[in-house]
Design a protein around this ligand. Sequence first.
Ligand SMILES: *[C@@H]1O[C@H](CO)[C@@H](O)[C@H](O)[C@H]1NC(C)=O
Ligand SMILES: *[C@@H]1O[C@H](CO)[C@@H](O)[C@H](O)[C@H]1NC(C)=O
Ligand SMILES: *[C@@H]1O[C@H](CO)[C@@H](O)[C@H](O)[C@H]1NC(C)=O
Ligand SMILES: *[C@@H]1O[C@H](CO)[C@@H](O)[C@H](O)[C@H]1NC(C)=O
Length: 464
Amino acid sequence: MYKQLHFITFIVLSTCILNIVWSQKAGKLNPEVHPTMSWETCGIDGNCTTNQGQVVIDANWRWVHSEQGTNCYTGNTWNPTFCPDDKTCAQNCYLEGAQYQSVYGVTTHEDSIRLNFVTQSQGKNIGSRLFLMENETNYQMFYVLGQEFSFDVDVSKLDCGLNGALYFVSMDSDGGTSRFPTNEAGAKFGTGYCDAQCPRDLKFISGEGNVDGWVPSSNNPNTGVGGHGSCCSEMDIWEANKMASAFTPHPCDVVGQNMCSGDTCGGTASSNRYGGECDPDGCDFNPYRMGNKTFYGPGLDIDTNSVITVVTQFLTSDDTPTGTLTSINRLYIQKGEIVSQSQSTIEGVEGNKVNDQFCMKQKEVFGDPDSFTKHGGMQQMGKALQNGMVLVMSLWDDYFADMLWLDSSYPVNGTTTQPGVLRGPCSTTSGVPADVESKYPDAYVIYSNIKVGPIGSTYKNLKK
Ligand SMILES: *[C@@H]1O[C@H](CO)[C@@H](O)[C@H](O)[C@H]1NC(C)=O
Ligand SMILES: *[C@@H]1O[C@H](CO)[C@@H](O)[C@H](O)[C@H]1NC(C)=O
Ligand SMILES: *[C@@H]1O[C@H](CO)[C@@H](O)[C@H](O)[C@H]1NC(C)=O
Ligand SMILES: *[C@@H]1O[C@H](CO)[C@@H](O)[C@H](O)[C@H]1NC(C)=O
């Protein structure tokens, strides 16, 4: 039985910028001006200080062109003159600066960021993926092992089939420029993406084009699958719409960004999903899937009609930031009340926290392959958290599985009495990208109030 929990890879399948491509040199036709966004670091007694950060849109959304301004990539095919092979392509092509609001529908205000779903300009843009930066040239590294991470989210405009995702991946802080000098654009242009699906739809990986073996997508005029993929550890803090939500650790054997080849990449884009170095399924906690159908949703205990504060705690064996990751705990704050994650009501799977025991039991009872334990489980995830990870914020729809793995019954032909099949209340015919894009073009997600600090520090000064 296949359970495909994670389709971050397919964000790019839904990028519909016409005639837009990107590359590995820094373009100069449009200035790259990063929207600013602040966040807070908290001390043990709940005292928080503000950091002035900025965000950058992923390179995969950008126009990629030759020195004279000719597209290196159009629709879903490479220009054979500029991109006859991986290396030449990186030499010839430039990644262009982004117009955040008018082209990509991205705006920031103080400590918040809003991502619009459909943005019509010269082309039609669907969703986006952004990274938080420390400065103009480097991503902000987050060290959350033994710490807690909190943020506010507004999912009220996200219907079935949409996914507002906030997560960590083990990207290089400079976007890969020091390890791969042929990547001259770097983090300033949002390069170096990787995740636990080892995505193969990226146009550039590790300082090279992804031209060799590129197969244009059959169902999406803007994307394809290349001969290489980009793997790294991934910690999904939040994948959600207003009907369902999940958090999911995905360990990899190699912690940091690492290029893979062809179907040995594993993940959603490869024929052998479980054949790679990463755990493509992860170990998810989705309250609905764990048996509580009245916990999360419009008007429910966690009311998705209003803003939710989401707190995630990464507990270690010795309560220090150098210990072994033992448990990931979740709580919510809404209307001044602290609400614990709902308890699993699935027979044989106990608790409301993610730990090795929970994961092994859950895989067994749900009948899912245990790729989480195979790739090192909590301990391996902890290594990635300890090394520092980059914060990703995105909004996407799913050209591969209509997001049914998050908010509906999945697999679609599974018996709904089989534990694990029901994940949310959405219909099995929902989530088709063409429908979602035409029915909810005005959808958006807002992330704000990001805080990091010792356990309990980010909500210590909660006024009841
Ligand atoms: C919080 O206060 C303590 C002592 O009052 C100080 O040492 C620490 O640096 C402060 N932390 C932050 C993040 O402001
Ligand atoms: C940006 O941050 C990186 C990582 O902390 C640092 O090495 C670099 O010097 C900073 N650059 C600027 C221009 O401040
Ligand atoms: C769902 O979770 C809420 C909050 O923890 C609890 O009050 C309720 O009884 C749970 N419902 C079920 C069916 O377990
Ligand atoms: C469900 O569909 C999948 C894919 O078409 C198939 O491989 C699987 O055998 C089906 N399972 C059942 C229980 O019919």
